[in-house]
Design a binder for this molecule. Structure first.
Ligand code: GCV
Length: 699
């Protein structure tokens, strides 16, 4: 069990700045006009904050009547139908009562609104916000704001880089689980054999207090849904809708207190896996009955379950294709089963052929999701939400937006991001992803010939989380900022990256100017830096196969996964144009289609995603492709050196444990960035035979 008192466990909810806040006296008196489990959680959070004000010795006064207020400052929480607010929104106002008492009130239409209002209030207290100048009205821009766990019930986490699961554990092996997960970086979770070796009795993680702390963290940034298990549902997890449902119930009760709805990933072939039927054909009447009965059972145990998620016909998962049915047939059958209970069905669009022939240049993985789903627009039921990865491939450091986001007007869409750093340094490298996500959200789609961006096109947002059982939650302490930032953006994508960084540092590491400056510089430059020393100009991959950490330029080049760079001695890049390539560029609306299709207009950062060019091709920056590759790789590595110097200036300014652990990770990043620099530069130098204009050392 982790040490909850340690500084390493701390996060943006430690309320460390509250004692310095000019508003701290308000926390002495809380007037609560409505009651519910969720509002009790909000009040508890105010208690947590009060406990951090060491110089206040009194007992916090929580009352239901204004007459019981002691002193002249108080916080008031109340529910009232307020036209300026939508569900889950809140209003914070400063006022004076008739008897001159100062009041900061939080008003909302519902319980979650009160909870989010309290978290916002504390965040603002800790930043000494000026409440007197104007009221705050804050409504979420999206009403589905979900976290996905790729956790298996044996405690392993697929693509998890922060130890074992915070939600599940295997009784016998729990002690070694964390160690193994850290040593092999999430790959155990993808290997059936290794998982079997750990299997025994599965339970909910024994540290329920930690699950509660985690739920608080999610709620504090506005997350209102959690898919608790891996989208790859193996045999054991199939039982979560059967005799292992008590595990789900325990987690959902804890999450529910914090306004977070629990969802389950389910196995499309459950009727077969659980031994009841010989088919999972979505149009078979026995299958339809089976799911209806199953939904009735699941909702009788967990009435507030958010719904189900399905990954079908992808990477070995079963799905409707087996029965000659399409994805609307599959999704609708399940959606009908859960609709009487208000459940939603999240259906993933990550469908592609992972057994393709690398020799065949006409097959293009990037086209797969669009080809499968776009023709089905209008056929999905109202409670179906398609979950679409931000790009057409798989969470690379740079990709164009998924073309599906600019189409399917008659279908509900969620966009899926990846907080866990599978392809962006695995929480060994610092890589703050918020600037990248903002870029994605603000990309225009031109759907229906108007200038609408991704953010306006989606009904909600989901992301694969980076949290595990490591004491500091995210493996790399600075990776906490990605989780914090995801929640803040899911609530309101207009918040700037700079503001998110400033909030996170202040709330987590304290308001020390040097810490604020240096950590902010590191975080703000980290995504660009990572891109510089890894795969260039949007080409992606070049990672070691399987675990996806570190460089291996040809690792996937002759594989069946559809992830190639197609370099030879003359050039590099994938031709996805309409004229001579796979035609993928044609899946975008105009003017994006022409922008990407045309070599002259395609943005540099995506050039190799769309075009195969010679090494001497001149970029818009004025450099040749090969010189760009050399320059960015040298620069990226130098930037990591800078990160280390900036961090070293913070010795004695941040907690010792955090300082040392982060420094250790930065040094790992340094070694890895050097490997990336030298392997990429050397590979392309040997391939092209073109010298670096600056004569730097290439091997
Ligand atoms: C959970 C990638 C990852 C897989 C992941 C898959 C998905 O392929 O490498 O680990 O599976 O995406 O999103 O389903």
């Amino acid at each position: 069990m982790v040490n909850k008192k340690s500084n390493m466990y701390q996060n943006w909810l430690s309320h460390r700045e509250i004692k310095k806040s000019c508003y701290k006296e308000y926390i002495n008196n809380i007037l609560v006009l409505n009651h519910s489990e969720i509002i009790d959680s909000a009040v508890n959070e105010l208690k947590n904050a009060f406990d951090k004000i060491e110089d206040v010795k009194e007992i916090q006064n929580i009352c239901e009547d204004e007459k019981e207020i002691i002193g002249d400052k108080f916080i008031k929480l109340y529910i009232e139908q307020n036209d300026k607010l939508i569900n889950e929104g809140y209003e914070i106002t400063y006022s004076k009562t008739d008897d001159k008492k100062e009041c900061i009130s939080i008003c909302a239409n519902d319980d979650n609104g009160i909870l989010y209002g309290v978290f916002a209030l504390l965040r603002l207290f800790e930043q000494n916000y000026d409440f007197k100048s104007k009221e705050i009205i804050d409504n979420p821009k999206k009403n589905i704001r979900i976290i996905n766990h790729w956790d298996n019930i044996d405690g392993t986490v697929e693509r998890g880089f922060a130890g074992s699961s915070v939600l599940f554990e295997s009784c016998r092996n729990k002690d070694i689980m964390s160690e193994v997960m850290n040593a092999i970086g999430g790959i155990a979770a993808t290997n059936e054999g290794l998982r079997k070796a750990f299997n025994d009795e599965y339970t909910v993680a024994s540290d329920l207090e930690r699950i509660n702390d985690y739920a608080r963290m999610l709620s504090s940034i506005g997350i209102n849904g959690i898919i608790i298990n891996n989208t790859n549902v193996h045999k054991e997890e199939t039982y979560l809708i059967d005799d292992k449902i008590s595990i789900v119930k325990i987690i959902s009760e804890i999450m529910g207190r914090w306004g977070v709805k629990t969802y389950l990933s389910i196995n499309f072939a459950s009727p077969i896996t659980l031994g009841d039927l010989q088919t999972a054909d979505p149009l078979d009447s026995d299958v339809i009955k089976w799911w209806k009965k199953k939904a009735e059972y699941v909702y009788s145990v967990i009435p507030n379950l958010g719904g189900f998620m399905v990954k079908a016909d992808s990477e070995g998962r079963p799905g409707p294709f087996t029965y000659g049915r399409n994805h609307a047939d599959g999704a609708n059958m399940l959606a009908s089963a859960i609709s009487p209970y208000g459940g939603i069905l999240i259906w993933r669009c990550f469908v592609y052929n992972c057994r393709q022939d690398w020799r065949d240049h006409t097959i293009d993985r990037a086209k797969a999701a669009f080809d499968c789903f776009e023709p089905l627009d209008g056929q999905f039921l109202d409670n179906v939400f398609l979950q679409i990865k931000n790009g057409p491939m798989d969470f690379q450091v740079r990709e164009p937006i998924a073309p599906l986001l600019g189409t399917m007007d008659k279908t509900n869409k969620l966009m899926e991001l990846q907080i866990t750093q599978e392809y962006t340094g695995q929480q060994k490298h610092v890589c703050f992803l918020v600037p990248w996500w903002k870029d994605i959200l603000s990309t225009p789609t031109y759907a229906n010939n108007i200038d609408n961006n991704v953010e306006q096109r989606i009904n909600g947002i989901a992301a694969i989380v980076n949290v595990g059982n490591d004491e500091n939650w995210t493996g790399h302490f600075l990776a906490q900022a990605n989780l914090y930032g995801y929640g803040r953006l899911a609530w309101d994508s207009n918040i700037s990256s700079e503001q998110i960084v400033a909030e996170w540092i202040k709330l987590t590491l304290g308001n020390n100017p040097l810490v604020m400056k240096n950590v902010s510089e590191i975080l703000m430059n980290s995504w660009e830096t990572y891109e510089k020393y890894t795969s260039p100009l949007g080409i992606g991959w070049m990672v070691s196969p399987g675990h996806h950490y570190g460089p291996d330029v040809d690792g996937y080049e002759f594989s069946p996964w559809g992830t190639y760079h197609r370099s030879d001695n003359k050039g590099i890049g994938i031709d996805r144009t309409l004229e001579s390539g796979t035609g993928y560029a044609g899946e975008y609306n105009e003017p994006l289609k022409s922008l990407y299709n045309n070599l002259e207009t395609c943005p540099d950062e995506l050039l190799l995603f769309f075009h195969h060019v010679s090494y001497n091709h001149i970029l818009k920056s004025g450099k040749t492709v090969i010189q760009h590759i050399y320059d960015t790789h040298f620069e990226g590595f130098e930037a990591v050196k800078e990160f280390i110097s900036k961090w070293e200036e913070l010795e004695g300014e941040v907690d010792k444990g955090i300082y040392e652990q982060t420094l250790e990770r930065l040094k790992i990043q340094f070694d890895s960035a050097r490997d990336w620099r030298d392997q990429i530069n050397t590979y392309f130098y040997r391939m092209s035979g073109i010298e670096d204009k600056k004569g730097r050392r290439i091997y």
